[in-house]
Every structure is written in C-alpha cells, then in structure tokens.
Design a protein around this ligand. Structure first.
Ligand SMILES: Cc1ncc(C[n+]2csc(CCOP(=O)(O)OP(=O)(O)O)c2C)c(N)n1
Length: 338
C-alpha cells in the first residue's frame, strides 16, 4: 500500500476541499483575533495560522459518518472544520452563546461533540492520545471495526509522560490511531533544541514500534498524500501511525504573545511560508483549481464567518440561575443534550 493508491481525481477533490477548509478556518480565526483585540472575547485566543494544511490533511480525510474520531488541539481550527465542525459551533463557543455545543459554559477552544467523534479538547498536553485510545477501545469492545482515530500534538506535547504512555499503549494494543505532530519549532517560547535531543521527532516512532513519517507540514499535497497513506494503513489494521510535520506557527502562542522569540531568519525561511499561499500556487500549477474558484472560496468564507458571528452575538448567554450548570462531562453531553 502506498500513497499512489490515491487517484489524481481523489487527490484533486481532497486538495480543493482542504483549501476551502483552510481558507474558512483562516477567515474565522482572523475574525476571532479582531474580536479579541476589541475586547469582545472572554479568555485566551490561540490560532492555528500556518498550520492549516497539516491539520486538515489529517482531519479532513477522516470520516466521521463512519465512526472515525478526531481530537484536535489549539492549532486545529482547520482540522475541526475539515472533520465537520460547523462555524456556528465555533463562533457560539467563543462568544458564550447558550446555543453552542458547550452551552456557553466552557472556554473558546474547549469544545467538542463526543457523540459525533470529536472529544472536547483537554489542555493537559499529550492527554488527547489516551482519550482517543479509550474511544477506540470502547468501539473495539462493542465489536465495531474499520474506524480510525486521529489525534494531534505539538512538539512540546511529545515530551510529556501522557504522550509516551498513550502512544505506547496504542502500539501495544495495535490501535487504529494516527497522530499528527505539528512541529512548529516552539513550545510557547522554548525552541526545539531545548525540548529534545533526537534529530527528528519521527525518530521516536521506532522506539514505540509504530510507523513514522517526516514531512514538510506547510506543503498541502505532501501532507494529504502522507495522511492518506497513514489513515489507510491504520484502517487496515497496521497499528498506530506517527506523522511529524515541520512548520512554523505564524502567530504568537496566543494572541497575547508577540512571538518576539522567533528568529527573523526562521520566519524568512521555507518553514515561514504561509501554507495557504503555498497551496494556492500548488493547486494552480497542477491545474487542480482556477483563480476564479479561489476568489469564490475566499469571499464565501468571509460571508459565512460574518453571518455566523453575527448570529452568535445575537444569542443569549447562559442564565446564572435558570440554566443547568452541571458539568458537561456527564453522560448528558455524550448523549448529545443540547
Ligand atoms: C502537561 C502540561 N504542561 C504544561 C502546559 C502549559 N502549556 C500550554 S500550551 C504549552 C506549549 C505547547 O507547545 P506545543 O506542544 O509545541 O504546542 P504549540 O502550542 O506549539 O502548538 C504549554 C507548555 C499544559 N497545558 N500541559
């Protein structure tokens, strides 16, 4: 099995859909950033700018209707949308609307729809691996087969005990897990050379006994082909797959951070290239898309974001005494209580 199993037609369809998702995620995050700067968002705002290609190349190729799972992190707006999260779900959570999936009670990025295969994000780095393991094992115990679980981690998350335990457990259990490690060179302000001593994080794959891939995470087509192969192998029972993408976050750790610790040389180099601009050029060169379609994707994304934000802004916040403040981690969330 190799990535050439992907026909030109499927590659083109996947790439155009991925670009649509990337453009939508960027438009949404640009809007959220502007709202944050004008004091309209409570809590922190963390963006995935520069990581959209890698994120959606994984999640956009998972099939939630077939029982797949995706556990994204703070840089995975594009992945969430690629997996099927609506702009309304995202906008309502940032703006505290009671109509959002967390009913306006949980912060910004801590949202999900577990019943639909998307667990709410846990901040503790590395823990999403064991969350997905548990969901996959649960399905296994129910006799369900054929699904894949995707999880993401930053370079910093790979140094936690939770990451190690999760990946080790997935390898021992031969779970159909695909982990996308977005190596954006920094864990907050700590650079790679202060985080780990191996040459490439993919070197760890052999220690866990899992298949590893090291790719340019700013390259959409390379990311799609690699995740296509990794997902197919996981689905075919070949066990966990670890994909490490080299990239750079084109934002601060959060919108409160000016990322002054990122050297200009790194920003000016290959990793500092904007994956969306790169994808547009790539798709145009391969005759997969026209300039006109790109313009349409962009204008549709801006309108859809404006409409969703306006809707969420007009909706009520949770009522302090009349609404239930029961924790959303109960079975009510799992069962899809709105
Ligand atoms: C176990 C744990 N330790 C520390 C933190 C605080 N923290 C939040 S984000 C972050 C940096 C994460 O870096 P990385 O995993 O590379 O992801 P990135 O933010 O670069 O996408 C840290 C240290 C945490 N959330 N969990």
């Amino acid at each position: 099995m190799d990535s050439s199993d992907m026909t030109d037609e499927v590659l083109q369809r996947t790439a155009v859909e991925a670009l649509r998702t990337m453009v939508l995620a960027r438009a949404f995050e640009d809007k959220i950033s502007a709202l944050y700067r004008s004091g309209k968002i409570v809590g922190g705002v963390y963006l995935g700018r520069g990581q959209e290609a890698f994120s959606t190349a994984l999640a956009g190729q998972l099939k939630k209707e077939e029982g797949d799972i995706f556990a994204g992190l703070i840089r995975d707006q594009a992945g969430r949308m690629g997996f099927g999260e609506s702009i309304d779900d995202a906008a309502r959570t940032y703006l505290g609307s009671v109509k959002g999936p967390m009913r306006g009670r949980d912060g910004n990025i801590h949202r999900g729809r577990p019943k639909e295969g998307m667990p709410a994000m846990i901040s503790h780095l590395g823990t999403s691996i064991s969350t997905v393991n548990g969901m996959l094992m649960g399905k296994r115990f129910q006799g369900k087969t054929g699904m894949v679980g995707g999880a993401t981690a930053g370079d910093g998350a790979t140094s936690t005990g939770a990451f190690h335990e999760g990946l080790n457990q997935a390898a021992v259990e031969k779970l159909p897990l695909v982990v996308g490690v977005a190596n954006n060179q920094f864990a907050y302000s700590t650079a790679n050379d202060r985080q780990f001593a191996c040459a490439d994080l993919v070197d760890r794959a052999i220690g866990y006994g899992v298949t590893g891939y090291s790719i340019d995470g700013t390259d959409l087509l390379e990311s799609i082909k690699t995740f296509h192969l990794a997902i197919a192998r996981a689905r075919a029972g070949e066990g966990p797959q670890l994909v490490v993408g080299r990239l750079l976050r084109l934002a601060g750790h959060g919108e409160h951070d000016d990322a002054g610790y990122v050297p200009d040389q790194l920003r000016a180099g290959e990793l500092g290239k904007d994956c969306i601009e790169k994808a547009k050029t790539q798709l145009l060169e391969h005759n997969m898309i026209t300039g006109r379609v790109i313009e349409t994707l962009e204008s549709e994304a801006i309108s859809a974001v404006e409409e969703a934000v306006e809707r969420a802004q007009g909706e009520p916040k949770p009522h302090p005494s009349e609404d239930s403040w029961r924790a959303l981690s109960t079975h009510h969330l799992i069962e899809g209580m709105s």
